[in-house]
Design a protein around this ligand. Structure first.
Ligand code: IPE
Ligand code: IPE
Ligand code: MG
Length: 247
């Protein structure tokens, strides 16, 4: 890597919609599950690349609130895959200092899976390396609705006046509270949409769409996304390339 590439600005937080598993499998005449299974390899690659480059946070969209509407067979095979992947990857993630968090409506999961998610979070809670946020049963509208409920409850109990609610109050109730907003969004699989991902947090994120189907997403594709980010002038609504004051 050249020294200029090394000095290119890096995102602090990358958020990825890992899309295209089903099409990848169908192109090979295989069941969709084979595509989901093959999608574990690029997950490992992205985690490794982010950790190696000192990127602070990685958020991966693994299962959306709308994905529950897929055929039962696909949903249950995805649940089994989450458990398998957690079992096979957790030791290494922990050894590499990754702090694992799950964001989304985990109450929608079977109780046993909920317990495993909580145990994985607890085990890695004190790690100080990459913050890995896995979005499962996640929807941006669900996230905002939950935040509204929390704030409404505080208003009803008298702890907060509606007129005093700030953007920071709302952000503090969201699933990614405490993490900086994503700087770079990547969606594989060729679709150019957000599909109810992080609706609030993506307000000023740089958007990179890539045609590669997720199971084929490799280091080269990842570097193309980083180069795209490095070439953006981020204005945040201002006239010059500088972050808003206080950021
Ligand atoms: C993304 O791949 C993984 C999940 C949504 C769980 P898809 O399963 O959406 O794959 P395509 O888009 O149908 O190819
Ligand atoms: C978004 O992909 C959700 C995940 C990758 C987990 P989808 O395949 O569900 O999104 P749409 O249906 O193309 O919008
Ligand atoms: Mg898809």
């Amino acid at each position: 890597m050249s020294s200029s590439a090394r000095q290119a600005p890096l995102p602090r937080h990358i958020a990825i919609i890992m899309d295209g598993n089903g099409r990848w499998a169908q192109q090979r005449g295989e069941l969709r599950h084979a595509g989901h299974k093959a999608g574990v390899r690029p997950v490992r690659m992205c985690i490794k690349e982010c950790a190696r480059r000192g990127i602070d946070h990685l958020t991966l969209f693994a299962f959306s609130s709308e994905n529950w509407g897929r055929p039962d067979e696909e949903v249950s095979s995805l649940m089994s895959l989450f458990v398998e992947a957690l079992d096979s990857e957790l030791d290494e993630l922990h050894a590499n200092g990754v702090r694992l968090r799950f964001i989304g409506n985990r109450n929608a999961f079977p109780v046993r899976l909920q317990a495993r998610l909580a145990a994985a979070e607890a085990r890695t809670a004190d790690n100080t390396g990459l913050g890995l946020h896995v979005a499962v049963s996640y929807g941006g509208r669900w996230d905002l609705t939950e935040a509204a409920r929390q704030l409404a409850a505080r208003c009803v109990s008298g702890g907060l006046r509606p007129a005093d609610i700030t953007e920071a109050d709302l952000a503090a109730q969201l699933q990614l509270a405490g993490a900086p907003d994503p700087d770079l969004f990547i969606r594989t699989g060729g679709e150019r949409r957000i599909s109810n991902f992080l609706l609030w947090n993506l307000a000023y994120t740089e958007l990179h769409f890539c045609d590669t189907l997720w199971p084929d997403f490799d280091v080269e594709d990842f570097e193309v996304a980083l180069a795209y980010f490095a070439g953006r002038e981020r204005r945040f609504g201002l006239t010059a390339a500088r972050p808003p004051s206080g950021a």
